[in-house]
Write a protein that binds this ligand. Structure first.
Ligand SMILES: Nc1ncnc2c1ncn2[C@@H]1O[C@H](COP(=O)(O)OP(=O)(O)OP(=O)(O)O)[C@@H](O)[C@H]1O
Length: 280
């Protein structure tokens, strides 16, 4: 009874500041739920809530042994969870780091995007015809410096000739991935993380690496299969295959233009919007 009285007393004393506080926490919890929805963390959260509910019941009903076991397991469990969910926690922190107020500048203009995409498309088209294996990663908001450092620095303007030269079979840099930032090829021969997803048995490590990098970052990767010449695109951990050069060009242009707008800070957003409106 006294806890009900306490609760009523608490409700009576709620101030405007408390309401703001509650709204912020509710919003953060909602965002957190959306973020973990349909991941293995969602199942875990449900399990955790159930365990906490059982723990509270065992306390209320005086089930001392059960309460003792759950309480102590939970204490050790938190540390175990931090270890088991280390990749998810890392992704979550990267996700926070990508929030709008912390973002960096991507491409300067639509024209720059079109030029870069044209060059990539020409190279990909040619390599698809000659069945030259290639893996091209386009950096977005998440910095890929760790992976760039695993390769050989190039820092050259994106051009179809340079891309084709890198992936040419006898080139010393043809193994691994090329990483592009804005309009520059930063490095080649980069080693990317492989996905742990169950993927089509036909797909080997090149395609697994293409998916892997898009799981641990918001980068976009384009693959040309050495075996079949098939062009594939990986975004957000999903690989879609069988692109024509035209379709690849369209979709890449759309995504990069969209990301340029989403990423921008308020000032740049207004500037880009004005430029767009004036050019219509
Ligand atoms: N971790 C990695 N990061 C970047 N590139 C990688 C990685 N692992 C393998 N590769 C690239 O993939 C090539 C091997 O491709 P593999 O044949 O296993 O894959 P695949 O998906 O079947 O591609 P393909 O259809 O072109 O044969 C390597 O020579 C290397 O260039």
């Amino acid at each position: 009874m006294s806890s009900l009285g306490d609760l009523l007393g608490l409700i009576k004393n709620i101030s405007f500041r408390n309401v703001i506080d509650i709204l912020i926490v509710a919003y953060l919890l909602y965002k957190f739920y959306i973020f973990i929805k349909q991941t293995r963390a969602e199942q875990l959260l449900k399990g955790l809530i159930l365990v906490v509910v059982v723990m509270k019941f065992s306390e209320w009903f005086g089930l001392v042994t059960l309460h003792w076991i759950i309480k102590n397991t939970l204490t050790v469990g938190v540390i175990a969870l931090l270890i088991i969910f280390q990749p998810e926690l890392r992704k979550a922190l990267e996700h926070i780091g990508r929030s709008r107020f912390l973002t960096k500048k991507l491409f300067e203009s639509d024209e720059e995007i079109k030029r870069v995409v044209d060059e990539i498309a020409i190279a990909v088209g040619n390599m698809s015809q000659t069945k030259t294996g290639a893996l091209i990663v386009i950096e977005q908001e998440t910095g890929l410096n760790d992976f760039i450092e695993s390769g050989t620095k190039i820092d050259g303007l994106v051009s179809s000739e340079l891309l084709e030269n890198i992936f040419f079979e006898n080139s010393p840099l043809h193994d691994g991935a090329v990483i592009i930032r804005k309009d520059r090829i930063l490095a080649a021969g980069c080693v990317l993380p492989l996905t742990e997803q169950e993927v089509n048995k036909e797909l080997g490590t090149r395609h697994r690496a293409a998916i892997g990098i898009t799981e641990s970052s918001d980068a976009i990767s384009v693959v040309v299969s050495e075996e079949t010449g098939t062009i594939s695109l990986a975004i957000n951990g999903k690989l879609t295959r069988g692109y024509s050069v035209e379709r690849l060009k369209n979709i890449l242009t759309k995504i990069l233009i969209k990301n340029m707008f989403v990423d921008s800070n308020m000032f740049k957003k207004v500037k880009l919007w004005l430029e767009k409106t004036n050019s219509k």
